[in-house]
Structure formats: structure tokens, C-alpha cells
Design a protein around this ligand. Structure first.
Ligand SMILES: *[C@@H]1O[C@H](CO)[C@@H](O)[C@H](O)[C@H]1NC(C)=O
Ligand SMILES: *[C@@H]1O[C@H](CO)[C@@H](O)[C@H](O)[C@H]1NC(C)=O
Ligand SMILES: *[C@@H]1O[C@H](CO)[C@@H](O)[C@H](O)[C@H]1NC(C)=O
Ligand SMILES: *[C@@H]1O[C@H](CO)[C@@H](O)[C@H](O)[C@H]1NC(C)=O
Ligand SMILES: *[C@@H]1O[C@H](CO)[C@@H](O)[C@H](O)[C@H]1NC(C)=O
Length: 409
């Protein structure tokens, strides 16, 4: 027990002696690239004479510890192997202060700096100051331009390039969390920086189109950065529908991403510039004459493809007034046809007959058609369904006949 106590006293004495010893005060410095580092260094607890301050460095670029700057009381700071204006001596020789300022710090400067005080009579005293660099990453989100499909694809990549220390990159997908998958990949470079890439995968469906997600990048060298990303699923125009705006103006409607461009043309003939007005998706017939009769085509296209819709215009004189027969050919002919009949407040039978008569072909079972008013969209039930089925049947035969009709003309 006594010997332990003795040891303890000796230890305290030892500490006391140490604190009495000359010390060079330095520290470590962490600075963001292109910033300014203060390599502070001074000597305390000595009355010795200071004859010279020497700075050495060992950096990534110069792995050997070399003198690069000496400071003498009369001559001031002198570079040893070529100057570097970024270094500035900001200490004070008389105060035994060797502090250096280094501006516009780059990765090449990272390393260890040693300041050495040459004292008389005690000799050299030194300390090492590690200089540590932070490099903020270059960040970006790259859209991989996914197209509509049924298999998982890469939507986008989020990159934090050249970061030191490595950045954390992650996706915030919110409500889409269960529908998305992410992977993260890092590449380390010799200069100490790291590039981190996080990829976002998912099923390229129509529902996911337009959803907003975020890529969050955090690192010691950067205040947290949030990059929003709007998921876009690209697709060529879907079915092209022609909407009847008024009885002489029509609009071509489709879904596409990016938005489709529309081109109106007339089958077999040039568009009559004086008789029609085309404005983007819209076609307006300026005069109601039979000169305009014919088949019009609207082509919707974007970089992913194109589709077209057709409009048949036929004006004819009946019972002393001009009426318009138009048939808009869709894949889903029924819905449009029905809509047109509603639009023109024509009874279903008249509507059907006009279409059939137009081609002069009767080929649907005549017994199936009787006088009836347009079914009200609100009247649900069997009647409505039956009517729909009948219409569907008629529509199918009409489509076939009209195709024949067009190929004949
Ligand atoms: C040494 O010099 C630097 C720069 O002028 C100064 O900031 C620092 O306080 C000085 N240190 C001492 C101990 O005087
Ligand atoms: C910092 O250093 C880089 C590379 O040496 C140089 O291109 C840049 O102009 C410098 N910037 C300043 C503010 O001195
Ligand atoms: C990570 O990126 C590197 C370089 O781009 C590539 O060679 C490697 O295959 C990637 N690893 C994964 C798991 O994606
Ligand atoms: C680090 O090295 C990488 C790969 O050579 C390079 O792209 C990057 O610009 C370097 N970073 C710095 C800060 O020099
Ligand atoms: C659509 O029209 C715009 C403007 O006229 C044009 O810049 C673009 O290239 C067109 N796109 C396609 C796919 O034709």
C-alpha cells in the first residue's frame, strides 16, 4: 500500500515537471476546400532566445517531410523550394508565434504540417498540425427516362460526386415506399474523395407517373441537400379520340408523355386552307359545304411514337335543312357514337340509320332495331344494358362496313 502511495506521489511530481517544460501549442485544423486554414502554433513557458521558426509539411502531393518555409527575425518568412503566395505568416516572432495562414486550400494541401522553434540554449521544439480537408460533393439527379412497361426499371440515379468524407445518399419515396427499391454504390478515389450513387428502381406504370420523390444528400462537408425528383414515365400517344366541341369543330385528344403534337390532314386531298382552321389539336370547319366532305385524320405524335384518329365529315341536304353526319372512328366506336347521338339529340335509331345509310350498306339485323329515345345515362338496369349490347353489335358491323366503304372510295 505504501509503495502504491509513493508511486502516486511520484506520478503527480512527474506531471508537475512536465507542465513546467517548454511546450509548442498547435492543434488540428479542418477546413472546407477553397477555404482558409489557420495553422496556429506558438511556444510557451520559455525564456530562451528564439533564433528561427521552420515549417515542414508532408502532404498527399509531397509524401516526404520537407522544409518549405523558414522565418528569421531579420529576413522574415522565406520559402525554401519555390514560393506559394497562398501562405502568409501572420504570427509574431517576438511573441514566439509561428502562426501561418493558408488560403484557397485544395486537396493537395491535405497532410501534416510541423512547426519547429529553434531555441537557445534548449534546442528545437516542435509540434505537428494535421490539416484535414472537407470536400463538398457535386450533386445531381439524373432521369433515366423510363418508358411504360411491366418490368422493373431504373427511374433515376442520385449522385454525390467527389465528397470527402463520403456523403450519405438516400431516396425519400413517401407513399411509394413499398413500390420502390433503391441500391447504393460507392467508388473511392486515390485523392481521398468518394462518389456515392443511389439508384431508384420501380415498375414503370401510369399510376406512378408524376409522383414526386426526393433525394437527400448529407455529409460533414455540406448542409443537408434535398433534390426533388418528379417521376416521369414516358409513353407514346395512347388511343386517339376526337372530341366534338361544336358541330363544326373538333378536338383531337390523347394521352402521351411528353405531350403529343397534333397534325390534321385530309385523306387523299390537301386541307382546304380557306375552309378549315387548324390550331394544334383543334380542327374547325369554317363553312358547311359538301366540299369539306371526306375523311380527316389527326395524328398525335411524340418522340416515342404516333397514333392517329379519324373523323368522317359528310354534310347532306335532307328535308330542306343541312344536317351533319359524322362518324368518329375510334377503337371504342360505341362510346363515341353514343355520345355523338346524345350530343346532336338524335334518337338512337336515326343515329344508327344515318351511319348505315351513309355507306348505303345495310348489314345489321333489321329486327333488332326499333324506335327508341336515347337511353338516359342515369337509367340503370337491364334495359340499358340490353341497349348497350345491341349498340355494340351494331357498332361492330358498322365499323366493318365503313372500312369497306373507305377502301372503296
Ligand atoms: C498568434 O498569432 C495569431 C495570428 O495573428 C493570433 O491569432 C494568435 O492569437 C497568436 N497567439 C498567441 C498565443 O499570441
Ligand atoms: C484557388 O485555387 C484554384 C486551383 O489552384 C484556382 O483555380 C482558383 O482560382 C483559386 N481561387 C482563388 C480565389 O484564389
Ligand atoms: C458500382 O459502381 C461501379 C463503378 O461505376 C460498378 O463497376 C459496379 O458494378 C457498381 N456496383 C453495383 C453493385 O452496382
Ligand atoms: C479526385 O479524384 C477524382 C478521380 O480521379 C477526380 O474526378 C476528382 O476531381 C478529384 N477531386 C479533387 C478535389 O481533386
Ligand atoms: C412538337 O412541336 C414542337 C414545337 O413545334 C417541336 O419543337 C417538337 O420538336 C415537336 N415534337 C415532335 C415529337 O414532333
Amino acid at each position: 500500500f505504501i509503495s502504491f502511495r509513493l508511486c502516486f506521489i511520484l506520478f503527480i511530481l512527474f506531471l508537475f515537471v512536465l507542465s513546467e517544460h517548454i511546450r509548442v501549442i498547435g492543434g488540428s485544423v479542418t477546413v472546407v476546400q477553397e477555404g482558409t486554414a489557420i495553422l496556429s502554433c506558438h511556444v510557451i513557458d520559455t525564456n530562451d532566445d528564439l533564433t528561427q521558426i521552420t515549417w515542414q509539411r508532408r502532404t498527399r502531393e509531397k509524401p516526404h517531410n520537407d522544409n518549405f518555409l523558414t522565418i528569421l527575425p531579420r529576413d522574415g518568412p522565406q520559402f525554401v523550394n519555390g514560393g506559394d503566395a497562398r501562405f502568409k505568416y501572420i504570427g509574431n516572432f517576438n511573441n514566439k508565434n509561428g502562426t501561418l495562414q493558408l488560403s484557397n486550400v485544395t486537396l493537395k494541401d491535405e497532410g501534416s504540417y510541423t512547426c519547429i522553434f529553434t531555441l537557445f540554449p534548449s534546442g528545437n521544439q516542435k509540434t505537428e498540425i494535421p490539416l484535414n480537408l472537407l470536400v463538398p460533393p457535386f450533386t445531381n439527379v439524373k432521369d433515366n427516362l423510363p418508358t411504360l412497361g411491366t418490368e422493373e426499371v431504373l427511374f433515376a440515379t442520385c449522385t454525390a460526386a467527389g465528397s470527402k468524407p463520403p456523403a450519405e445518399v438516400r431516396w425519400l419515396t413517401g407513399v411509394l415506399r413499398d413500390k420502390m427499391r433503391t441500391t447504393t454504390n460507392s467508388t473511392h478515389y486515390d485523392n481521398g474523395t468518394t462518389t456515392t450513387v443511389s439508384s431508384l428502381f420501380g415498375l414503370p406504370t401510369r399510376e406512378i407517373n408524376g409522383h414526386q420523390v426526393q433525394c437527400v444528400i448529407s455529409s460533414d462537408s455540406l448542409t443537408k441537400e434535398t433534390l426533388p425528383f418528379n417521376i416521369q414515365i414516358y409513353f407514346s400517344p395512347t388511343e386517339v379520340n376526337i372530341r366534338v366541341i361544336t358541330e363544326d369543330s373538333f378536338e383531337c385528344v390523347t394521352e402521351a408523355n411528353p405531350n403529343a403534337n397534333f397534325t390534321w390532314s385530309r385523306s387523299g386531298q390537301a386541307l382546304l386552307q380557306s375552309a378549315v382552321k387548324v390550331e394544334g389539336a383543334k380542327l374547325q370547319l369554317l363553312s358547311l359545304t359538301s366540299d369539306l366532305n371526306g375523311l380527316y385524320q389527326c395524328e398525335a405524335s411524340n418522340t416515342y411514337g404516333s397514333k392517329h384518329g379519324q373523323l368522317f365529315v359528310h354534310y347532306h341536304l335532307a328535308s330542306g335543312e343541312i344536317s351533319l353526319d359524322l362518324l368518329i372512328i375510334y377503337k371504342s366506336i360505341l362510346s363515341v357514337w353514343t355520345a355523338n347521338c346524345y350530343h346532336h339529340k338524335i334518337s338512337m335509331l336515326t343515329c344508327k340509320l344515318r351511319i348505315i345509310n351513309f355507306c348505303g350498306v345495310r348489314c345489321f339485323p333489321s329486327h333488332g332495331v326499333g324506335h327508341s329515345d336515347p337511353p338516359s345515362p342515369r337509367s340503370a338496369g337491364d334495359n340499358h344494358r340490353q341497349e348497350q349490347e345491341k349498340l355494340q353489335h351494331v357498332a361492330r358491323s358498322v365499323t366493318v362496313n365503313l372500312k369497306r366503304c373507305y377502301t372503296q372510295n
